[in-house]
Unconditional design. Sequence first.
Length: 272
Amino acid sequence: MKHGVGRAVVAMVLAAWTTLTLLMINGGTQLVNRTSESVAHSPLYNFQPITIRLDRTNRDLTFPSWKYLQTGKIWSYVSGKQGIDPAFEPPLTDITDGTPSWIEDKRVQPMVKEPLEQLRQATAEAKLPVLVSSAYRSGTAQAKVRTETTAKNGAAHTDEYVAKPGHSEHQLGLAVDLTSFSEKCKARFSDCALDPKTASWLATHAHEYGFILRYPKGKEKITGIASEAWHFRYVGKDLASLIHESGLTFDEVYQNMVKLRDNASVAKSSPS
Ligand SMILES: [Zn+2]
């Protein structure tokens, strides 16, 4: 009988402790999930920022969480070899300006909207205005583009130029294609082109707004994608300027980051 009461008390204490712990974990998870700068530096949440030095760079990179590398987050990665769930959909918002009437989907991730508008305004000030010709593309939309391209240009051409669903950066809502502004282009896609002067301006300045030229000329073997002067990927100003200065591709940077992350977690879990 005595033992029974003792056991009941222990069980109650354990239950209360478990509930409290779960509440704490849940509260903590919510905070960690919001990996914004403000939360990361909030005195309410003792957050240890991560600082890394990437290979072949001479500058430290500091950021709040390795979650930046997860699907849909600012440094998430897709390529021909590494895909994401074709059904994945990031948080999205409409781009209000700078899109032609024929654009199928004028949404990007909310974090991209303002920097994209600033980049677009800067091109206008440089007298090299651009339009966004492609923004977010769902896995379904990507499949449709592949079907249409195959019907028009054949399977070999499609495999070379059109990513499979789950393998396009456009599905992340973090990439845009840009084209030179003209009234003709605004009315019809087939009249659009990115003029070389604007392409060169973008390659030089896009990083100042947090965007990188994702598939540069001469890096085809590393990116696995033919050079695309029009495709820009948002990674934020810090990483964009580091990539611009170093001449590295995002592929190399991402692989390096994954290696550093995995090494860090091994070091953390091994006994000291
Ligand atoms: Zn693109």
